[in-house]
Each structure stands twice: as C-alpha cells, then as structure tokens.
Design a protein around this ligand. Structure first.
Ligand code: HEC
Length: 204
C-alpha cells in the first residue's frame, strides 16, 4: 500500500504529461499555419473521427475499432456519374506525377485553382521510366499485368484510391476521393493508369 501511495503521484504526473504533449502537438500544428482560413482549419487541420481514432491508437487500432473504420469508410465511396470506373490512362499518368496544389498558410499558399494531383510517385513506384519514386507504399509497377482489368480489379482499385482506409484502417495513403482532393472522374483516370494494358505502368 505504501509503495502504491508513493507511485500514484508519479503515475498521475506521467499521465498529465502525456495529455499535455498531445495538446502541445495540436497547438504546434495549428500555429504552423497562421494564415489558414476558418474553412482551411476545419477541413485541413481539424482531425475527423477516423484520424482521431488512429491518433488515439497510434495507427494500430484494436480489431473492433478497425472493423468500425473499414465499415464507415466503405460508406463514403462515391462513383462517377457515368458509372465508368476505368477512365483515360493518359490523364491518370499526368495526375499521378503532379505533386503541387493545396498549400495553405502564410508562407507560400497555393492559389485555389492550382492543379492538384495525386502525387502517387511520392510513395509508389509506377511507370518504370520515372526513377524518382518513394517507397512508403508498395511498388505498383505491373499491377495491371498481375491483376488484369476485369470488373473486380477495377472496382477494388477505384475504391482503394477513393478511400484507402475502406480496406486498411489507419493507412498512411491519403483518402483522395473522400477528402475531395480528386474527383471521381480523376480517380477513374488513375485506375486506368494502373490497370490499362497500354499504360506505361504495365509496359517494360
Ligand atoms: C503518402 C503516401 C501515399 C501516397 C501519396 C499514395 N499512396 Fe497508395 N498506398 C500507400 C501505402 C502505405 C499503401 C499500403 C497500405 C494500404 O494498402 O493502404 C498504399 C496502397 C495502395 C494501393 C493498394 C495496392 C494493393 O496491392 O492492393 C493502391 C492501388 C494505391 N496505393 C494507389 C495509389 C495511387 C493511384 C496514388 C496516387 C493517386 C497513391 N496510391 C498515393 C501510400 C500512398
């Protein structure tokens, strides 16, 4: 009992420090974007429910939370009006390599109409000719050759790009469609870039 009463203040102190550290991080992130508008703060700096859950569980949610995330994120997926999930691979190719747009804050904000791309090469190898590629995500070179472009492969790839967390809770891949970063048509173009046999992703 005696040792517990000695340990308790220390435990409380550690707990309070943990909470304070999380708050301090939140404050630092907000202070880093002093010029952000209220709308930018709401959409870019405030965590939504899934992000808050992933932070809370340090991106390793327990099974019940993970299942809840997958279910809720599947519900967010929207499709192009014409129903075509396989778009134009050439448009997708451009989109995949555009890494600009969407900077907020005071230092170098982007104009709202600056083209926003997928920046896929930041995390994935895709067409072999592009050598500047990151490896946070798996290589997608030849993905169309391996998986084909049948309805199931197309649908999965579309859904995955629209909302990566519909399959992998707390994935570090951005939820491109869910966040409104890419339109459904642009996502269909990215699907074609990955799966079309004519795309450089599937050529030597
Ligand atoms: C910030 C890093 C990041 C960016 C940017 C990114 N991804 Fe990903 N992606 C990942 C990670 C990490 C995974 C593996 C975990 C997962 O499945 O969510 C992944 C997985 C995938 C998968 C699933 C692969 C499989 O084997 O089923 C596809 C498809 C994909 N990404 C396509 C894209 C496309 C297309 C873009 C650009 C529009 C893109 N990614 C941008 C990080 C990223």
């Amino acid at each position: 009992m005696k040792s517990l009463s000695r340990a308790l203040p220390l435990l409380l102190c550690l707990l309070a420090n943990g909470v304070a550290a999380a708050d301090a991080l939140e404050v630092t992130v907000r202070r880093s974007f002093p010029g952000a508008s209220d709308e930018e703060r709401r959409t870019r700096l405030d965590q939504d429910e899934v992000q808050a859950l992933c932070s809370k569980h340090r991106n390793r949610p327990p099974a019940d939370v993970a299942a809840r995330i997958v279910e809720s994120q599947l519900q967010t997926i929207r499709y192009p009006e014409d129903g075509k999930l396989l778009g134009d691979w050439r448009a997708g190719e451009k989109l995949a390599s555009i890494g600009t747009g969407g900077h907020i804050g005071r230092i170098q904000p982007d104009p709202a109409d600056r083209k926003k791309g997928g920046n896929c090469y930041a995390c994935h190898t895709l067409a072999k000719k592009e050598v500047a590629a990151g490896n946070l995500g798996p290589s997608l070179t030849g993905i169309g050759t391996v998986r084909g472009n049948g309805p199931e492969a197309v649908r999965y790839t579309y859904q995955k790009i629209f909302n990566a967390q519909a399959f992998f809770p707390c994935s570090s891949m951005p939820r491109f469609g869910h966040s409104g970063w890419l339109t459904p048509q642009e996502i269909a173009d990215a699907v074609a870039f990955l799966l079309d046999p004519e795309s450089p992703v599937n050529k030597d």
